[in-house]
Ligand binder design. Structure first.
Ligand code: 8YV
Length: 311
């Protein structure tokens, strides 16, 4: 029987996914470069998370690498130029997480607007019986929601916002002819128009710190920012300043710079709701993403076309 190809796991996958992978591959879990070095020449495949990617240093130590299967849709931490140069195939979990990530944007928005966190704490501390009702929250109905980045996830957020009776417009690199929603060619104009600005842009060099002080000023003192894309798209210093000084009203954040060692200011900011990069983290979606990883890797090693290739 031929030896099973060596697969380097850079980020843990669901148990079931790892069990199936172990039936077809010799798994090696990444710990340190030193630990990887002896086995590095044998590694032919990598499985990694979208937010984890692969360090250029790690990629450089794998001379036999043929394929990188990304457990996500973000490619900001994979050097695609180098992958192309080395003819390494790259796959992503196209469209599998779209609905969950879009739901996550609405979850953050509703949590913020409807005072969910405060109301739950209020009830649990027994204040309902002693102090009566907490202060009323704010409605989504009629608010203007601007989607920055109108790809699959941005469009799914727009559909959900429309179902919540919000007005929706979008900013994108190019106008989507198929959409009848208002298009803004300038992000600042969209921010000015919006009560809620949702970031669903890809993290590419051109979007780094795109949500800066200027955009936050345009969003204004009643505006809120929701980010379910990548931390690198938001200038966090400017965001923290804006949140602390009433330049914007609040933020709902699933993603941060330097995850998981995020800026500790986010631990205590009152007008902010946060979660640790959970957009696609449901059992159902993660299991489908895991299947996509397995199917792409098996297709590659069995000489069949990849399911969801980027390269
Ligand atoms: C995951 C993601 O949290 O799709 C992406 O790019 O960031 C998320 O779905 C991530 O891939 C897990 O590391």
């Amino acid at each position: 029987m031929p030896t099973r190809p060596y697969l380097l796991l850079l980020e843990p996958l669901p148990d079931q996914t790892e069990t199936t992978l172990a039936q077809h591959f010799t798994l090696h879990r990444f710990t340190t470069l030193a630990d990887l070095t002896p086995i590095a020449p044998s590694i032919r495949a990598v499985a990694t998370g979208g937010s984890y990617g692969i360090d250029p240093e790690v990629m450089a130590t794998l001379p036999a690498l043929e394929i990188i299967a990304v457990n996500g849709v973000g490619l900001d931490r994979v050097d695609l130029t180098e992958a192309r140069r080395r003819q390494i195939r790259v796959t992503v979990t196209t469209d599998i997480s779209t609905s969950d990530v879009a739901d996550s944007a609405m979850l953050l928005l509703l949590t913020l607007k409807r005072n969910f966190t405060e109301n739950q704490a209020y009830l649990r501390s027994g204040q309902w019986a002693t102090n009566g009702m907490p202060p009323s929250a704010h409605s989504l109905t009629g608010l203007k929601l601007g989607v920055a980045g109108f790809g699959r996830i941005g469009q799914a957020i727009a559909r959900r916002a429309e179902a919540s009776d919000m007005k929706v417009a979008y900013f994108n690199r190019t106008q989507r002819e198929k959409s009848s929603l208002p298009f803004f060619a300038e992000l600042k104009d969209l921010a000015q128009w919006s009560d809620v600005l949702v970031v669903s842009l890809p993290a590419v060099p051109g979007t780094q710190n795109l949500i800066n002080a200027d955009i936050l000023n345009a969003l204004g003192p009643t505006g809120v920012l929701i980010n379910i894309a990548r931390g690198s798209i938001v200038d966090e210093k400017a965001l923290i300043h804006a949140l602390n000084n009433g330049i914007i009203a609040g933020a709902g954040l699933d993603v941060f710079q330097n995850e998981p060692n995020i800026n500790p200011e986010f631990f205590t900011l009152e007008n902010t709701v946060v979660q640790p990069h959970q957009g696609s983290a449901t059992v159902e979606t993660r299991s489908k993403m895991g299947k996509n990883i397995i199917d792409n890797l098996l297709a590659h090693f069995e000489g069949r076309p990849l399911l969801t290739p980027v390269i």
